[in-house]
Design a protein around this ligand. Structure first.
Ligand code: SF4
Ligand code: SF4
Length: 287
């Protein structure tokens, strides 16, 4: 962990500080290595985002300049995160270089990542060495039969897998990654999208398996039925249904209940997002 960063100051992991500290997301990861059936690639990663076109993608150098400018305007930022708009490790070179630059200059900031877990494995030792303290992995199923209904395909290098094979490979990578992240001393949150009729009955089993792996926090999120996706016609779970599911999952892991499904270029306090205000700054850094 960073020498001077206090893990407790992460507003996503600690609701007690969500009114004091904020985060900035660096949109350096445009590509993805899997296809979730709820994702529309025109939009930000649903792992952490509400639908909305990401305004800009930055290079690592541009991302560093952007952090400089954001911190001048919003000193309450305690966390620098990478959450898409694709997956950080489908863009591993850009992600790792960005983390190196930020860690070198801002050792007082917490570093955070959100990933589907497919390709994070080989990078875990360096993530720990770079003081990445918090990682979110989205796990929607621990049964490959259910996973096969959620993922259109999974790409491993040049090989594309579909169906059960794809779901099995992704799940294997996720389970390995979560175990290794915990062994490296990294705090792990699990995001799980509640998809009515697909995985909703299965979510407590996901929470139980994640507890067994040592995960720290569970964030059950409602499906957002994105237009143009295979899940476009599924009705979004109601607030009551989501609350009931969280109560079931809470038997196994503490629940995150203050998630704001932020964009891949989110910035500011949770619930007080400044991404609109910072958009000019973001685009200026991209040129
Ligand atoms: Fe979309 Fe994120 Fe799933 Fe990739 S991991 S397909 S970007 S929701
Ligand atoms: Fe980290 Fe996700 Fe919070 Fe971003 S929204 S700072 S990636 S936990």
């Amino acid at each position: 962990m960073n020498a001077t960063a206090d893990r407790a100051n992460h507003p996503c992991f600690n609701p007690a500080v969500k009114g004091q500290f904020g985060r900035v997301h660096l949109p350096v990861a445009p590509h993805c290595n899997i296809k979730c059936n709820y994702c529309n690639r025109k939009y930000d990663c649903v792992n952490e985002s509400r639908p909305g076109v990401t305004s800009t993608v930055l290079t690592p150098d541009q991302a560093l300049v952007y952090v400089d400018r954001v911190l001048e305007r919003e000193p309450r930022i305690s966390v620098v995160g990478i959450a898409g708009p694709g997956d950080p490790f489908a863009n591993a070179e850009a992600t790792m270089e960005t983390l190196r630059l930020i860690n070198e200059k801002y050792s007082d900031k917490l570093l955070c990542l959100s990933s589907n877990g497919m390709n994070i494995g080989p990078h875990i030792p360096e993530l720990a060495a770079l003081n990445v303290s918090h990682v979110t992995i989205t796990v929607n199923a621990v049964d490959p039969e259910i996973g096969a209904r959620i993922y259109g395909w999974v790409r491993d290098g040049k090989v594309l897998y579909r169906g059960r094979q794809a779901a099995e490979l992704l799940l294997r990578r996720q389970l390995e990654a979560i175990g290794r992240l915990k062994a490296a001393g990294i705090t792990v949150k699990i995001n799980c999208i509640m998809i009515p009729g697909v995985n909703d009955q299965h979510i407590p089993a996901v929470a139980e398996a994640m507890r067994d792996l040592g995960a720290d926090l569970f964030n059950c999120m409602a499906l957002f039925p994105n237009a143009g996706t295979p899940f476009a016609e599924i009705i979004e779970p109601s607030k009551q249904e989501l609350a009931a599911m969280r109560a079931k999952a809470e038997k196994f892991l503490p629940q995150m209940r203050h998630c704001t499904r932020c964009r891949a270029d989110a910035v500011g306090l949770l619930g007080e997002d400044k991404s609109g205000e910072m958009q000019g700054c973001l685009s200026a850094c991209a040129t």
